[in-house]
Each structure stands twice: as C-alpha cells, then as structure tokens.
Design a protein around this ligand. Sequence first.
Ligand code: 13P
Ligand code: SF4
Length: 379
Amino acid sequence: MSTTAGVQPIHELAPYKSLSNNELSSRINAVRRQLGSKLLILGHHYQQDEVIAHSDLRGDSYQLSQMAADSSDCRTIVFCGVHFMAETADILANRPEKVESRNGERVTVILPDMAAGCSMADMAAIEQVEAAWEEMGEVLDTERIIPVTYINSAASLKAFCGRHGGIVCTSSNAKAVLEWAFAKGDRVLFFPDQHLGRNTSLGMGITNDQMPVWDPFALELGGNTEEQLLSSKVILWKGHCSVHQMFRPEHVTQFREKYPGIQILVHPECPQEVFELADVSGSTGKIIQTVRNAASGTKWAIGTELHLVNRLKQEHPEQEIHFLSPIVCMCATMYRIDLAHLCWSLENLRDGHVVNHIDVDPDVAQWSLVTLQRMLDVK
Ligand code: 13P
Ligand code: SF4
C-alpha cells in the first residue's frame, strides 16, 4: 500500500491499538502542533474524556453545526462524533460561498472510525421515507405536509426535506423549527425520532391522538387508518434512540424517593413517560449549562449518555450528580472513536493520506444545505 516517492506509506490501524493512551496522546499532540490552525478537531459531548481532551471545540449537535459553518482557517476537520455529524460538517464547511472565499479549496472532513454511526439515524432509510411519502399521498395532500428531520439522520434524508419544503431540527431548536413548519403547512412528518417529535409537540398543545406513529414495516399506511392520518397534526416516524430508551419512569420515582429534593434532568430523546416527570430537559449543551448554573449542593439525576454524566460528576464535585438508570446506557457508536483511531487518522493526514474521508454526494449536499440553512436561520 505504499505511495509515490517522498510520501510516507499509509499507516495501518492495527499497530495503534496496542499503544498506551499516553503514547497516543503525545503523538496526537505532535500532529496538532505541526498542522496548527489548518486542523480543527470537533468533539461531541458524548465522546470519551481522553478524546474530548484533544478537541479544539466541543458542543451539542447544533453548536457543532455552527462551528463547522463558521470554520475559517482550517482545511481539515477531524470529527469526533458520529457519521451524520461529520456529513453535516462537510456540507456546511463546504458550502459554495465558503469554498469561493478559500479560492476553491475544500475542507476535508474525516471521521476517525467509519463504524461510528447512529442506530437511530439508521431507523429511517431514504427508500423507506420516499415510499412512506408516496403512500401518504394516497390519503393526504403531501404539498401541505412539511417534512422535518432530526439532525440525527443521513444526509439523503436532509436532502429529501430540502426537495419537499422541509427543514432540519436539533434537540435545542425543535420547538422553533416546528413553529416554522406549521407556518408553512398543515401537518408535519417528523423523523426519525418519535420521542423528540412527540415531546416537543406535546409542549405545543398537540395531543397524542393527533400524532399517529408511522411504522415503515407495517403493511399499509404505516399501520394507521385513513381517519388517523386525516386527523393528524404530526406524523411521527417509528424510530428511537436505544440509549435514551433505557431510562424509565420508575427510575425517576426511585430517585425522588431516595433523594428528596433531587432534580431530574433529561435529554428530549427520552420517552414521554420519563420526559414528563423531569424538572428540566434539553440538548446536551443545555444539560451542561443547567448544571454549570446550579448552586453548590444541588442534587441531580441525569438521563443522558453515560460519558457526559460522568464528566459532569467530575467537573462538579460541589454538586451531587447521579446517572438516572441502574443500567449502563452508553452510546456504543460514539465510543468507537478512541485515541487509536484519532492518532491513526491524524498521522495519515500529516503523511499525505486522507483516511475515512466523509464526502457527501454533491446533489445530496446541495439539497441538504437548503434545509440546514433554513434551520440555522430559524431563531
Ligand atoms: P445533542 O444535539 O443534544 O448533542 O444530541 C445529540 C445526540 O445524538 C443525542 O443522542
Ligand atoms: Fe444516536 Fe442515540 Fe448515540 Fe445519539 S446517543 S448518537 S441518538 S444512538
């Protein structure tokens, strides 16, 4: 696998796996020093501590999209997160006016481990959404349905929304995005996360009987009657996050009994029964901000990914922080990004090899950008 004279041969991944974290860290730091501001490492809050320690910027999905959109000096973004986030970074960092301002140079986006996907995003495939849209059209006027995709989705679904007058949302702006959508149409098709769609819509006065769930594996009409679809306001896709699905209402009850005065803080991907029992809910960014702003001695049980909750515990010894489940709920795909993959991708980059390049198809990127820009414009 060696390349032309003067260029180092490509580094294989295997040897990196036997290196210690100290060794990997010092090699990562060496590449970071060499590449300087041409390299931007972005890290999502669910990343492991040792990976987060190497990120230049960290954030929730919305903040990371903004960071990619605003990136200026950098020519490579190494994305420590999951696949849909890296796709979004590629689309936003390479929008036409940005490429023009760099005299035609594109930003290369790298995902250190291509297996870092999102099981929720995988629950809505573009073929399924297109088939559902067509079938819905037999009962409803699809011109009046606004498709809204959670950012946790493949770029092809964002492009679908772009082509059909729809929009993207994140966990931090879902309500504002749904308001935008209702100003444009009569009803919304929300995918892939039924819980974020339901929790947000309930907060806007939409009732459960106005929110049928579309099961892409059902034989007809997503498992609904024509009447259910005709009286719908929001059609929820049958998808969920396997991590947040693990939090149960009985966990909330147990914590309240055992720790009087405890506050329950959850991500809106949790099921309705948990979400409704919580004191505060919001994106990972909001969860962090809420704990930061709380008084010393505040007790929390937090329902989101384990690595973030553990980091909050370490960063806030003045508060009492618990994980809202007796079961370990960690995001196995976020966890795939480790120092070995990060070091391997960075040393290859330094030596002239782009590994794990995220390069969204131009047509998909163009239509995805339409929806992402609509989202960024919603205040
Ligand atoms: P945030 O946008 O809140 O960071 O959520 C991302 C995610 O994948 C939550 O499961
Ligand atoms: Fe996807 Fe859930 Fe992991 Fe977030 S926590 S990346 S929604 S699987």
